[in-house]
Design a protein around this ligand. Structure first.
Ligand SMILES: Cc1cc2nc3c(=O)[nH]c(=O)nc-3n(C[C@H](O)[C@H](O)[C@H](O)COP(=O)(O)OP(=O)(O)OC[C@H]3O[C@@H](n4cnc5c(N)ncnc54)[C@H](O)[C@@H]3O)c2cc1C
Length: 297
């Protein structure tokens, strides 16, 4: 099937050659050849079942852990932000769709006096991205609260994965990229609104103290090597404030790269690679990217 014929079936939500920069926290990135923003799970299923076979699929949540390169992404890019419903059952199990923003899920749990999801208040991603990255903060990760997740593959086939199936580890899971997460169930327990609010306040305050806020960034650039802190290694290598073009290592948190104004993805990536080299020289440790780099250079 030709892409034009296919596009006409989804004319409201499919866009050709759309700039992706505005869908990422870094504010950089080239075009998506085909961009699809589904409003319903069922439309996504229909889309995947009918798409031309030779098109690759890439999924974006909030784009808070992505560096999309300047020449964009070939094939189909799906943005999940409109699939964002959240609900709770009589046992206190919270179900969130993949595009729900983590902080909205945290607030939803608080509004129902359910504890366990406070850590989500400061992570700027979506539920789908959080599961993919096994995101975490302040001693809790998705691994600790996830019951199971419903997913669909690039051919439109559904499957439920239990927490155990995903083999969740520090900032990674063991699952092929062909699976798009649709909705996830989380365990919570009963608490008081006051105590949940206090936990969240503390988290928000600690973040404000330790991290740059209101800036274009991808969060932690590198994973922490076992028993070490990347920010310390980067600091010891003299990289605090290091710049390439408008990309800079944050003065406040050395593991954050900040796009000061109109940086390119290339400058951000080059800065990251330079930091890796410098850290290796001073410590003998090879940092590995936590931020995912995708697309064409
Ligand atoms: C200021 C800032 C602070 C941050 N703080 C933290 C922190 O404290 N802890 C932490 O762990 N991370 C943190 N991050 C990183 C980031 O927020 C997390 O990795 C987040 O969970 C990514 O979610 P996302 O929706 O933005 O995913 P994206 O960045 O859009 O995508 C990340 C990956 O997930 C995949 N993906 C997205 N949605 C789906 C889906 N529905 N199904 C399958 N795959 C999907 C993408 O293909 C990609 O591989 C921070 C980032 C920023 C900018």
């Amino acid at each position: 099937m030709k892409i034009d014929t296919f596009k006409n079936q989804f004319v409201n939500n499919i866009y050709l050659n759309q700039k992706l920069a505005k869908y990422t926290w870094f504010g950089v990135g080239g075009n998506a050849e085909i961009l699809y923003i589904p409003e319903e799970e069922i439309s996504l299923e229909k889309f995947l079942k009918n798409k031309p076979n030779d098109y690759k699929v890439f999924t974006i949540g909030a784009g808070s852990n992505l560096l999309i390169r300047d020449n964009g992404i070939n094939g189909i890019t799906i943005i999940t932000k409109k699939l964002n419903r959240i609900s709770i059952d009589t046992n206190g199990i919270i179900t969130a769709n993949c595009g729900a923003i983590d902080a909205d899920v945290a607030r939803f749990a608080r509004n129902h006096n359910r504890t366990g999801l406070e850590f989500l208040i400061g992570i700027p991603g979506t539920i789908g991205g959080g599961i993919k990255m096994n995101s975490g903060a302040f001693g809790t990760e998705f691994k600790d609260v996830l019951i199971d997740v419903k997913a669909i593959n690039h051919d439109g086939k559904y499957k439920i994965f239990s927490n155990k199936d995903l083999k969740m580890k520090y900032r990674k899971i063991d699952l092929k990229n062909e699976w798009i997460f649709l909705s996830a169930r989380f365990k919570t327990s009963l608490s008081t609104n006051e105590s949940i609010k206090n936990k969240m306040k503390k988290i928000i305050q600690s973040r404000k103290n330790a991290q740059p806020t209101g800036v274009k960034t991808g969060g932690s650039t590198f994973k922490n090597p076992l028993g070490k802190k990347s920010w310390q290694l980067i600091d010891q290598a003299g990289c605090r404030g290091l710049k390439i073009g408008a990309a800079m290592i944050s003065e406040k948190h050395c593991n954050f790269i900040v796009n000061l104004e109109n940086s390119t993805a290339r400058q951000i990536e080059e800065l990251g690679e330079l930091v890796k080299q410098k850290v290796f020289k001073t410590s003998g440790i090879k940092l590995s990217w936590e931020i995912e780099r995708v697309g064409n250079k």
